[in-house]
Write a new protein. Structure first.
Lengths: 395, 395
C-alpha cells in the first residue's frame, strides 16, 4: 500500500522525545528516517527503562519506523558521512542547545550550501532567539514557564504537572506539521527553509480558551480540579468504587441529569442551581450535593444511567484500564509487531485512520547502529572503507 | 511573502475547538479556509465569553485567517451551495457525531462522487467505529477515558484535568498533520481520501513513556504531583513567595545542586540520596529536605543561583506572568491585529518560526456570515439569486 511520505528522506539527529516523536510519525506515514545516534552510546533515552534484553522499551516506543546509524560527528570522517547524508535528504532535524550545531559545523547556513532544498528544523527548549535561548529547557520547565502547570491541579493547591510530557509532545507535533508544510512548499518551488521551534512556544500556542479569557477580559485561568472553566456540572465525581466524569454541559442536560440520573428533580428548581451562572457561583455546594448521591453506588451503575439519559459521561480510567478498554482496542490503538530482541511487542497505534495512505509499522526501532553499514553502502562506501571507519571509532 | 499552503482550499464545517484549531493553523500557513457556520446562530463557541461588542473572544481566538459564511444546509438550496463549494475544494472537515453527515447528504461517499480528489476529515469524540462511536464525546470525557486524568494530580489525590482542553487540541493537531500528509499524496496522485480521527485516540497516541512502562513492565503510570516518573529531584518546590521547578536530572546536576545552590554538600553523601534510585525511593524525605531550604528565600533568589550553577530550573508562572514574560514576548508569541469590532486585539503567535513561509495573520476571525456574498459570488451566483437565498433564510 502507498504511503503519503514515501518520497521523503529525513536525517534525524534528535533524541529523547520531542524530535523522535516527530520523526516516528513521519516514519509511520512512510518517510525514510535515518536516525543518527551519537558515538558511542546513542540516544539518551536508551538508558531509560524498562528494558527487554537490555534494550530500552522507552526508546523502542518512540523510534519505530526508523533506520539507525551510529556516528561520531566530532571526528572529521564522521562529519563527512553526515554531510554526505545531508546531500541526499529532504529534511534535517536536530535538538542541540542553540549554538551547538554551528560549533559542530552542521548549522543551517553550512548545510544549505550543500543542499539548498533542505528543510532544516531545530527543536530547543526556548528557541534559537530570546533571552532564555541558552538555558537548558526540558518539558517540565516549559510547563512551568508557559503557565500550564499553574492551571493544573486542585483549586488553591500546589501546581501539578500534566500527566504526560506535554510540551515535548507539543514541540514534536508542531515540528511534524511545519515540516510537512515546508515540504509542500518545496514540492512546488524546490526551496528548502529553516524552522525554529521551542518546547515553550509549542505548548503555549495551545492555550486558546485561556488566551481568550486573558486578552478579552484580563481573566487569568487557574487550576480548578477537574471542573470546567465556565460550565457546571462538568467534572469528575467520586463514586462508591472510583471516579466518573459527568458533562451536563447545558440546561437541558442538567435537567435530565437531575430527573433521570440522580433522581433529584427538586434541584432543577433550587435557586442555587437554576442556571449555569448560578451553578458556577455555587460550585462547591453543587459538587457536594451531587457527590452525596453518586458516592452511594458503583461507577458502572451511574455510567449506565447517564448513558440511558443521554448525558455525556465517562469513566476516569487508570492507564491500564484505558489500554484494555474494548473500544480503544477496537480502534487499533494497541498494535503488535516483532522486535529482534523484544520478540512480539506491543505499541500504541496510529490515531489518524487514513483510508488511502494509512500509518504502517514497517520496522521496529533500530538497535544501536543496526543500519550503519546498510546506509553507508547506499552512499557507495566500500566495505573496506566501512571497516576502517569502524576501527577508527567513527561508526 | 509566499505561504506553504497558498494553493489549498478548505471547506470547514467544524465548530468549538478541535476542528477550528486545525483549520486556523492551515489558514495561518496560507490555506483559503471557508468556515461554513450553521443557520441561524453559527459556531457554538460564539456563545462563549468573554465578549467585545457582542463578539466572542473565544471564537475570535480560534478562527483567524478564515472566511466565514452562514448556511442552512438542512434546506436543499443550502445543501446545493455546500456541494458547489465542495467541488472547488481540496479539503473538507467536519465534526458531527458519526452518522449525521450521511443523514445530511454530505458523507464521504457522496462528496467523493463530486470531487474524487477531496480529502475528507472527520473528527469525533470516539471515532467513526467501535462500541462508543455513538456517544457524545467532549474533551474531558476523552481525558477520563484515555487515562490522562488518572495520571494528573497529587499522589493519591483526586484525578484532575489538564489545564487546557488537551484532547481537543490533540485531535486538531492530528488533523493538521494527517490532512497535510493526505495533501502531499494528492499532489503526486490526484487522489483524495477519508480520514477518521477521534479525541480519545489522538491524545492516547501521546502517552509514549507511559506506554513503554506498561507494555514493557506492566507498570501503570499514576499521578505524582509535579514529580518526574523516574528522576529525582525533578519537580516543583514552594519558595518564600511562590513555586519554582528544579530539574537536577542526573548525578552531576544533583551534586551541583547540593553544593552550589542549597549549599548542603553533605546531602551528596547521605545514604538516602546517593543515587537516583535512592532519591526516588526516598522521595518524600528528599522533598522535605529541599523544601525546608527553598522556603527560606524568594523564587528569584533560587532561580539566580540555579542558573549560575547550571542546574535546569524555571519559575512556575501564572498564565498572565507567562504571557508577559520578556522571553515569550521576544519570541512573538503575543501578536496584535485589527478586528472590525474588537479594534486592535491581541492573540497568540505562531509557534513554528519558518524562514521562507512564515505564519501570517491575513484576516481576523469572520463575523457571522461576513463572507457569504463574496464566496457565493466566486461560485458565480448572481446578486439576484443571493438575495433570494437571503429571503428564504438559506444564508
Amino acid at each position: 500500500m502507498q504511503q503519503a511520505l514515501q518520497n521523503m528522506k529525513v536525517i534525524d539527529l534528535t533524541q529523547v522525545l520531542a524530535g523522535p516523536y516527530c520523526t516516528m510519525v513521519l516514519g509511520d506515514l512512510g518517510a525514510d528516517v535515518i536516525k543518527v545516534e551519537k558515538y558511542p552510546h546513542g540516544d539518551d533515552s536508551r538508558i531509560m527503562g524498562p528494558y527487554v534484553e537490555e534494550e530500552s522499551y522507552s526508546y523502542m516506543m518512540a523510534n519505530r519506523n526508523k533506520r539507525g546509524i551510529r556516528l561520531n560527528i566530532k571526528e572529521e570522517a564522521g562529519l563527512g558521512i553526515l554531510l554526505d547524508l545531508v546531500k541526499t535528504a529532504d529534511v534535517f532535524i536536530e535538538n542541540f542547545r542553540p549554538g551547538v550545531t554551528k560549533k559542530l559545523g552542521i548549522d543551517y547556513e553550512t548545510l544549505r550550501q550543500l543542499n539548498p532544498g533542505l528543510i532544516y528544523c531545530s527543536i530547543s527548549g526556548y528557541g534559537q532567539t530570546g533571552p532564555y535561548s541558552q538555558k537548558g529547557g526540558y518539558d517540565i520547565m516549559a510547563q512551568g514557564l508557559s503557565g500550564l502547570m499553574s492551571m493544573t491541579g486542585e483549586k488553591n493547591g500546589r501546581p501539578v504537572k500534566n500527566g504526560i510530557a506535554i510540551h515535548d509532545i507539543a514541540a514534536g507535533m508542531t515540528a511534524i506539521y511545519s515540516i510537512l508544510a515546508a515540504y509542500i512548499h518545496k514540492l512546488s518551488t524546490g526551496e528548502g527553509q529553516y524552522i525554529d521551534l521551542s518546547l515553550v512556544d509549542s505548548g503555549l500556542a495551545w492555550t486558546v480558551w485561556e488566551s481568550a479569557a486573558y486578552f478579552g477580559a484580563g481573566e487569568v485561568s487557574r487550576a480548578n480540579g477537574s471542573a470546567h472553566r465556565v460550565t457546571a456540572p462538568y467534572q469528575g465525581f467520586p463514586t462508591k468504587n472510583g471516579h466518573i466524569l459527568v458533562g451536563a454541559g447545558n440546561q437541558k442536560l442538567w435537567e435530565k441529569f437531575c430527573r433521570d440520573v440522580i433522581e433529584r428533580e427538586e434541584l432543577i428548581h433550587d435557586p442555587r442551581f437554576l442556571t449555569n451562572s448560578e451553578r458556577q457561583a455555587n460550585l462547591e455546594e453543587l459538587e457536594q450535593v451531587i457527590q452525596d448521591v453518586l458516592i452511594q453506588e458503583d461507577s458502572q451503575h451511574w455510567l449506565t444511567k447517564l448513558d440511558e439519559a443521554g448525558v455525556p459521561s465517562s469513566p476516569i480510567y487508570s492507564y491500564d484500564e484505558a489500554l484494555n478498554d474494548p473500544h480503544i482496542r477496537s480502534r487499533d490503538m494497541v498494535i503488535e509487531y516483532d522486535h529482534p530482541l523484544g520478540g512480539r511487542i506491543e505499541s500504541l497505534g496510529f490515531p489518524a485512520k487514513m483510508s488511502k495512505t494509512p500509518g504502517q509499522v514497517k520496522r521496529p526501532a533500530p538497535l544501536l547502529g543496526q543500519h550503519t553499514k546498510e546506509v553507508l553502502a547506499e552512499l557507495q562506501y566500500s566495505e573496506e572503507k566501512i571497516r576502517a571507519l569502524e576501527e577508527n571509532k567513527i561508526i
